[in-house]
Design a protein around this ligand. Structure first.
Ligand code: NAD
Ligand code: IPM
Ligand code: MN
Length: 368
């Protein structure tokens, strides 16, 4: 059988730094577990713009459509702020999501015991936290038409449109219900049905899909603003949260702080099944290119490493090995190994990005 194929798009800023640690782990799987991935590397974001004048070359897009999974680091940076909107680094990532039709973005927020003290919330609020935000990723206000900056009379007007079709809502709802069935069987759907028609439709469709296909799953609805509050007040009340593209973006960054750092949150963006039965997929940390720390060896590679673990689970049917990687991360944190973002005001000596990667490799070795 052919080796599993991976396209690595490390991107900009800390993207290549955190991806270097994932590459070590991919090498470890070849050497120690006899699983060799066929890895291709390419450009996305600002670095692709610098080389090709576009944040995602058509050839790269075509490769992404062919591989078993794509791993992405991060895109963007202040040096690209002046670019025309159509070629900004972020457009490359959005094109990948849209053309691969990756409608279901799983963003787990899990608080490792060793970090419970470190969260900005009280230990008892976050200890043992294990929730997943399912963010709709290919529609909503990110993609709706009309959009643009226009002139109306003597002033400019900026327009984006929140638009959801019934089928777009239904498919991401199904993905959330399926996930909940494999977890604690609870879904909370978040929208603003009190002020937005798209929110009214969202609530109706989620309820209909539930009643017809998933009556066994416990479903609740919340306005997204109240949901943000509840996420900080008592996050352990949730199991799976399903929400739209923009609310999911905001809520998942907020959820990151429950776990201690944005440098901890992985994600999987999943689409329809391919010929091999596995979903079309892209895996990436929730964080961005972190220009403030790029190039300094300070970035926490754990979000990217846990994103690779999600790839093992969802794209390669290697759930046990995914758990092995997650346990290795847990062990290293329990041993007190910390990158700078995981240090409290009392300080201590942080390890570098590559030292964190090496510690996780050592824990993987110890797991054999
Ligand atoms: P960011 O996530 O890059 O950084 C926010 C803060 O978190 C910064 O202080 C940063 O140093 C810190 N941080 C993030 N990841 C970290 C890690 N792994 N280890 C330690 N600290 C980490 O968000 P931003 O500053 O708002 O955006 C910077 C750029 O990244 C922008 O161009 C934005 O569009 C882009 N962005 C890209 C993605 C992506 O590629 N998926 C996601 C978010 C933002
Ligand atoms: C994310 C990012 C992206 C988004 C940007 C970089 C396009 O913030 O993945 O969370 O807004 O979806
Ligand atoms: Mn975001």
């Amino acid at each position: 059988m052919a080796n599993p194929s991976l396209l690595i798009l490390a991107g900009d800023g800390i993207g290549p730094e955190v991806m270097a640690e994932v590459k070590k782990i991919i090498g470890w799987f070849g050497a120690k577990r006899g699983v060799t991935f066929d890895v291709t590397e390419d450009l996305v974001g600002g670095c692709a713009y610098d080389k090709h004048g576009t944040p995602l070359h058509d050839d790269t897009m075509a490769k992404a459509q062919e591989v078993d999974a794509v791993l992405l680091g991060a895109v963007g940076g202040p040096q690209y702020d002046i670019l025309d909107f159509s070629v900004k680094p972020e457009r490359g990532l959005l094109r990948l999501r849209k053309e691969m039709d990756l409608y279901s973005n799983l963003r787990p927020a899990q608080c490792f015991d060793a970090l419970a003290d470190f969260s900005s919330l009280k230990k008892e609020v976050v200890a043992g936290l294990d929730i997943v935000i399912v963010r709709e990723l290919t529609s909503g206000v990110y993609f709706g038409e009309p959009r643009g900056i226009f002139t109306e009379g003597n002033e400019r007007v900026g327009i984006n449109t929140q638009r959801y079709t019934e089928s777009e809502i239904a498919r991401v709802a199904r993905s959330a219900f399926e996930l909940a069935r494999r977890r604690n069987n609870k879904v909370c759907s978040m929208e603003k049905a009190n002020v937005m028609e798209s929110g009214i439709l969202w609530r109706q469709v989620v309820q209909e899909v539930h009643d017809k296909e998933y009556p066994d799953v416990q479903l609740s609805h919340m306005y997204a603003d109240a949901g943000a509050m509840q996420l900080c007040r008592w996050p352990k009340q949730f199991d799976v949260i399903v929400t739209d593209n923009l609310f999911g973006d905001l809520l998942s960054d907020a959820a990151a702080m429950l776990t201690g750092s944005l440098g901890m949150l992985p994600s999987a963006s999943l689409g329809a099944p391919m010929a091999n039965g596995r979903p079309k997929a892209l895996y990436e940390p929730v964080h961005g290119s972190a220009p403030d720390i790029a190039g300094q060896g300070k970035a926490n590679p754990i979000a990217c490493i846990l994103s690779f673990a999600m790839a093992l689970r969802y794209s390669f049917d290697m759930g046990d090995d995914a758990t092995r990687v997650e346990k290795a991360v847990e062990k290293v944190l329990a041993d007190g190994v910390r990158t700078a973002d995981l240090m409290g005001p009392e300080g201590g000596k942080p390890v570098s990005t590559s030292q964190m990667g090496d510690a996780i490799l050592a824990a993987l070795d110890a797991s054999l």
